[in-house]
Design a protein around this ligand. Structure first.
Ligand code: PLP
Length: 395
């Protein structure tokens, strides 16, 4: 009997939906509708509704979504964009590809998202104000800060109230990186209401990479926004800068969402709320089971957050040993992410040395993502936790 526990199981859920998915493919084949068309439009409408956003524009990937959102918001050459070092490199690739500079702010040790106190301190002490625009100018580069990309990492929203407040004060644009947070909710103390990830910033980027909470059977992404002008610009940018075929107002990209992927995403979207609930149940069961286990820190979910647990990430000082031990027991785990971006070879040019972002550096060496997907059973979870306890005893 195969007793391995995968990190993620997509096959079981695809088998359950196989007939519907194949039917979508058949529909595209028989109409030759592969690019644009009703399947894309229907999905965009449904996903905007799911996020409580006015508009959704389907694009080729989450990376496209971030890049297009920055460009559409008018962020460009000579500007600086703030984000965190503990994210997938796509966040910063998009910043560079929009011809802007990257500025990192460290994370909060409990939420793993941007530390809003450090963000405030950076704006107050490392920048001076441009009198005309009100924007902060970085003292060492003399470049204006134009935007912040808070990342809702692992499916937990960043603390958006203080971010929005600082953005308002300093005339900054907020683009949510919601690539891991489909359906996550944030309680705004300021507005006294819950808000969906993807409805808070000027625009938000989603990835539908297959392993995401809502995943395509290939590459896909979307931007959500309440701003009509931004939505209109992104529709142009994703389609070679044209609104009308062969009439190009600007140079754009080939960054459209495939009709087949949109059709598949529509099928999965109907199940997303239920899958997210299952993920939350699994996360709370892990929390309960791991409560008494020495040396393990479980995820922290503040009262203002309804996380959707794209990943369930624990921390332990003996991370590498535990990961190898679990692998011997046929339990797959992941590291998200093992090297903070400022220490990646790709960013040597930034000269952000080791020690510059101590929380990101510390957590990167301690985090371990345990198996997490809606179909993970209680029996499997018990075995995972028993194995962690066994590891502790083996000392
Ligand atoms: C936080 C984050 N940002 C951006 C992306 C980029 O998305 P994609 O892989 O669809 O380009 C991902 C997903 O891979 C992600 O996890």
């Amino acid at each position: 009997m195969n007793n391995s526990i995968p990190f993620l199981d997509l096959v079981t859920q695809h088998i359950e939906m196989e007939e519907e998915i194949v039917e979508t493919f058949r529909k595209s084949l028989r109409t030759a509708g592969f690019i644009g068309g009703p399947m894309v439009e229907d999905f965009e409408k449904d996903f905007a509704h799911f996020c409580n956003a006015k508009y959704c524009v389907g694009v080729g990937s989450g990376t496209d979504a971030l890049r297009f959102a920055l460009i559409a918001a008018g962020v460009g050459e000579g500007d600086t964009v703030i984000t965190v070092p503990n994210t997938f490199i796509a966040t910063t690739e998009a910043i560079s590809q929009a011809n802007t500079l990257i500025e990192f702010i460290d994370i909060n040790e409990k939420t793993y998202n941007i530390d809003t106190e450090k963000l405030k301190e950076y704006l107050e002490t490392q920048c001076y104000r441009d009198e005309k625009t009100g924007r902060p100018i970085n003292q060492s580069t003399n470049q204006p800060i134009r935007a912040i990309i808070p990342v809702h990492l692992y499916g937990q929203p960043a603390d958006m109230d203080p971010i929005s407040e600082l953005a308002e004060k300093y005339n900054l644009i907020v683009i949510e990186d919601a690539c891991q947070a489909h359906g996550a909710e944030y309680f705004s103390r300021k507005e006294n209401r819950w808000k969906k990830a993807g409805s808070i910033g000027m625009a938000s980027a989603f990835s539908f990479y297959p392993g995401k909470n809502l995943g395509a059977c290939g590459e896909a992404g979307a931007v959500t926004t309440n701003n009509e002008e931004i939505a209109k610009r992104i529709r142009m940018i994703r389609d070679h800068g044209q609104m009308k075929k062969y009439f190009h107002d600007i140079e754009g990209y080939n960054g459209r969402l495939d009709a087949i992927q949109a059709g598949i995403l529509g099928i999965k979207l109907r199940r997303l709320a239920d899958w997210n609930e299952k993920r939350r149940t699994i996360a709370y069961r892990y929390n309960e089971l791991l409560k008494q286990v020495d040396g393990i820190i479980v995820p922290y979910e503040p009262e203002w957050s309804k996380a959707v647990y794209h990943l369930y990430v624990i921390r332990t000082q003996r991370r590498n040993e535990l990961q190898s031990f679990l692998a011997e027991k046929n339990i797959s785990t992941g590291l998200h992410y093992p090297v903070p971006l400022h220490l990646q070879k790709a960013y040597e040019r930034l000269k952000d040395k080791n020690g510059g972002f101590p929380v990101s550096e510390k957590t990167a060496s301690e985090i371990l993502s345990l198996p997490m997907y809606p179909g993970l059973t209680e029996t499997q979870q018990l075995r995972i936790v028993e194995s962690i306890k066994e590891f502790n005893k083996a000392d």
